[in-house]
Design a protein around this ligand. Structure first.
Ligand SMILES: Nc1nc2c(ncn2[C@@H]2O[C@H](COP(=O)(O)OP(=O)(O)OP(=O)(O)O)[C@@H](O)[C@H]2O)c(=O)[nH]1
Ligand SMILES: O=C(O)[C@H](O)COP(=O)(O)O
Length: 233
């Protein structure tokens, strides 16, 4: 891992699995090459936004993919080696430990597949995290978690996976932590299933929009989205 200047600040932590394995749920709709390009475009959009938030103390990408590491370098992000690729929770725990050791006051976990997030939304999440232990931004549509802030960095273990929003909230409350639920339209839009490709959201997502337009996937068809999950547990 490259050296991170110790700072009493919040560091963004972006977990990214190997591009060749990315977005398997889009396999019925996109070729492996298209999924690879989409994962890269989304990651570039996320890192571009993060690099425009001066309040962030740093940006770290945890990955085992050298191509992802090279993209991270384009945005001056530090790369943490994901030694075993054992899933997002394992990667985030490893990142939390590394960033705690660097002296960061907190960590904001940002998946690489939320290209519609905006700098203003990250600023809101950072402000919220200044006054609590855990910030959770639910996914707009599938009950998942799209931003997860921790202060201090290892105050709680991540529990990403099906219906993770309710679970993260329940774990934090059971631990007696101060939690803020922060719904955000752009950051709440991840791209997991084909319907996510066709639903639009305000937010820059410049590389993602360009790629989807090139692939001819940017026209919203009459397609129902995934089942809506209520926000409260
Ligand atoms: N470093 C690291 N990141 C991961 C791992 N698994 C998932 N991620 C990242 O976590 C974020 C959310 O991942 P998922 O939605 O579970 O996976 P995905 O590749 O985006 O999509 P699916 O293959 O369809 O599940 C993405 O940025 C992934 O690249 C892992 O084992 N290691
Ligand atoms: O907990 C979650 O929301 C997922 O495991 C990680 O994000 P996804 O919605 O991109 O799969």
């Amino acid at each position: 891992m490259a050296t991170i200047a110790a700072a009493s600040k919040i560091c963004a932590l972006v977990p990214v699995k190997r591009l060749g394995w990315a977005k398997s749920r889009l396999a019925p709709h996109l070729t492996t090459g298209e999924r690879n390009c989409l994962a890269e475009a989304m990651l570039r959009d996320v890192l571009d936004v993060l690099s425009k938030v001066p309040q962030l103390g740093g940006i770290a990408v945890i990955t085992s993919d050298t191509a992802v590491a090279s993209i991270a370098n384009d945005y001056n992000a530090v790369v943490i080696d994901d030694l075993d690729d054992a899933g997002i929770n394992n990667a985030v725990r490893r990142g939390q430990r590394a960033l705690a050791a660097e002296g960061y006051a907190g960590v904001l976990v940002i998946p690489g597949d939320i290209p519609f997030l905006s700098a203003q939304e990250i600023e809101l999440a950072l402000s919220a995290l200044a006054d609590c232990n855990v910030v959770i931004t639910p996914a707009n549509r599938d009950g998942g978690t799209n931003l997860l802030g921790f202060s201090p960095p290892h105050v709680m273990d991540p529990s990403f996976g099906l219906h993770s929003f309710r679970r993260h909230l329940a774990i934090a409350r059971a631990m007696g932590l101060e939690v803020v639920v922060l719904p955000l339209e752009g950051a709440g839009h991840d791209i997991d299933v084909p319907a996510d490709l066709w639903s639009d959201t305000d937010g820059p997502a410049i590389q993602t929009r360009r790629l989807l337009a090139r692939l001819g996937k940017d026209v919203p068809p009459a397609c129902p989205g995934p089942t809506q999950e209520p926000l409260s547990p």
